[in-house]
Design a protein around this ligand. Structure first.
Ligand code: FAD
Ligand code: NA7
Length: 492
């Protein structure tokens, strides 16, 4: 009966105040429910700590994009002279000034999130959470004070943290990760970035762009999970614009020299030889691990993947325990992107407390790698399309092009390239779009809608371009790889 039902503290308890957790909590509160959020940031091994908002706001998308912008501006300053600006060159860059401005903006976002939670009457606990049982969670504050909260429904949105190569001597003591780089007060100086995922290449890109001596150490292939032709063009552009690459190399030791610099030793698999160099900073960008280890999940019954330690979820984002859900980076098999976590969080709250039963659609999620030449993509890579449909059923339309802005500035456009992966049979459904060029995110976002609506190649070709833009090259992709014709596009 009513009075025998245990009175639980909240309708919804969210563990994790990042992109997904905050979106879910705010939506549930908006729907009139009693909601609490538990969020706690374990400082990085270097002692870096930050506020509410999770990875994206503090040590991900936001500071990364702002430092990428700083690097792009450096390029524009160089371009400016070609357009008549009598800018004295070279223009010096101050890391300190950039970092302070970026960090102040991030702090304003932390504050913004706290105010929003208050406005929505979401109770925020700055505590590290772990399960007591399937309806009860313990939170421990920095001062050790404990809070026990119970809830009808629980959402786990604890995200992930950078992985360290702990097997490498000196890795933890002397290396930093993306959890630290954006919070450095002083310039990282000559930097070695280890890894070749998007985090590694984006960080190496902006470090190079602001004038720092930057080396990327790649174990195997760049951007493994992306279209490999595009990935090669991304690194080709970076290599021709100042980033040094060490390919087929894996570090074996990092040691601090008396003068304070770091000596890195590595094995070059191509030559079979060991090599070494000195750096001011070593940045590990070798992947991320889900934040599930300290949740005491065994007390809740929630199951994780034995391989990834991520939380196993179904199409409802439900875990193995019906009233416990997982969204965002911590959930198995989800694209690790902020808008995905946010939308999944909102839709989950609406399914739980609102009129909607809409599920999160994890297909055709667009994304962009903010490297010096940006790479936007949505849908299947060429490799994925061929694997799924067979080479004979895939038609790839492609073109090299030259942004108008690059002409007067005499900039190298060799890697400005677009390809659209389609089904060969009519109506030639568009399976994927890959764009390399300026403002790739802005370009890709628009076409993502068309692809999600099932656009055909013909419909894209009948879309009138906006002239003169880079985007219009997408609606002019007439040459197929199969034709063997030269995909270098002439001017208009
Ligand atoms: P998070 O945002 O990581 O939030 C999880 C929160 O839970 C954190 O505050 C964490 O401290 C807290 N927490 C963890 N364990 C506990 C616990 N036991 N108790 C209490 N709190 C806990 N995505 C994009 O879409 N675009 C980009 O450009 C982009 N760039 C990125 C750049 C970098 C360098 C990185 C690292 C990531 C980037 N991402 C980007 C990915 C994006 O940041 C993540 O996909 C997103 O933040 C995931 O959101 P989330 O809610 O799953 O987890
Ligand atoms: P990614 O995309 O997983 O990339 C990790 C990169 O680091 C990749 O190039 C790996 O090479 C490389 N790696 C992994 N372990 C090592 C070691 N021990 N030594 C050298 N290089 C290594 O991670 P990101 O850091 O870019 O983060 C992006 C996140 O979003 C991540 O969670 C992705 O899942 C998605 P490999 O290809 O394995 O040879």
């Amino acid at each position: 009966s009513e009075d025998s039902a245990p009175l639980l503290d909240y309708d919804l308890l969210v563990i994790g105040g990042g992109s997904g957790g905050l979106a879910c909590a705010k939506e549930a509160a908006q729907l009139g429910r009693r909601v609490a959020v538990m969020d706690y940031v374990e400082p990085s091994p270097r002692g870096t700590r930050w506020g509410l908002g999770g990875t994206c706001v503090n040590v991900g998308c936001i500071p990364k994009k702002l430092m990428h912008q700083a690097a792009l501006l450096g390029g524009m300053i160089r371009d400016a002279r070609h357009y008549g600006w009598e800018v004295a060159q070279p223009v010096p860059h101050s890391w300190r000034k950039m970092a302070e401005a970026v960090q102040n903006h991030v702090k304003s976002l932390n504050w913004g999130h706290r105010v929003q939670l208050q406005d929505r009457k979401v109770k925020y606990f700055n505590v590290k959470a772990s399960f007591v049982n399937e309806h009860t969670v313990r939170g421990v504050a920095k001062d050790g004070k404990e809070t026990l909260l119970s809830a009808d429904n629980i959402v786990i949105a604890t995200g992930g943290r950078p992985r360290y190569p702990t097997q490498i001597e000196g890795a933890l003591e002397y290396g930093i990760t993306s959890d630290d780089i954006f919070w450095l007060k002083e310039s990282p100086g000559k930097t070695l970035v280890v890894g070749a995922g998007y985090v590694a290449l984006e960080c190496a890109g902006f470090l190079t762009g602001i004038g720092l001596d930057t080396t990327v150490m790649i174990r195997s292939v760049p951007l493994r999970s992306f279209d490999q032709q595009m990935s090669s063009l991304v690194t080709e552009y970076m290599a021709s614009h100042g980033t040094r690459f060490l390919r087929g190399c894996t570090p074996s030791q990092v040691r601090r020299l008396p003068a304070g610099r770091l000596q890195v030793t590595w094995e070059d698999r191509t030559s079979g030889k060991e090599d070494t160099d000195t750096f001011d900073t070593v940045l590990w960008a070798i992947g991320r691990v889900p934040e599930t280890g300290s949740l005491n999940l065994e007390k809740s019954g929630v199951k994780t993947s034995p391989d990834s330690q991520k939380i196993l979820v179904d199409s409802w984002d439900a875990t193995s325990v019906p009233h416990i859900y997982a969204i965002g980076d911590v959930a198995e098999g989800r694209p690790e992107l902020t808008p995905t976590a946010i939308m999944a969080g909102r839709l989950l709250a609406q399914r739980l407390f609102g009129p909607s039963s809409a599920l999160m659609d994890y297909d055709n999620v667009p994304t962009t790698v903010f490297t010096p030449l940006e790479y936007g993509c949505v849908g299947l890579s060429e490799e994925e399309a061929v694997a799924r449909h067979g080479q004979e059923h895939v038609e790839v339309y492609h073109a090299y092009y030259k942004p108008l802005e690059f002409t007067v500035a005499e900039r190298d456009a060799s890697q400005c390239y677009i390809k659209m992966v389609c089904l060969r049979e009519p109506p030639q459904l568009v399976l994927g779009l890959h764009f390399l060029g300026p403002n790739a995110g802005e370009v890709t976002q628009g076409f993502a809608l068309g692809i999600r609506c099932g656009a055909s190649y013909a419909q894209v070709m009948r879309t009138v371009g906006i002239h003169p833009t880079c985007s219009e090259e997408v609606v002019r992709l007439r040459i197929s790889k199969r034709s063997g014709l030269d995909p270098t596009v002439t001017g208009c």
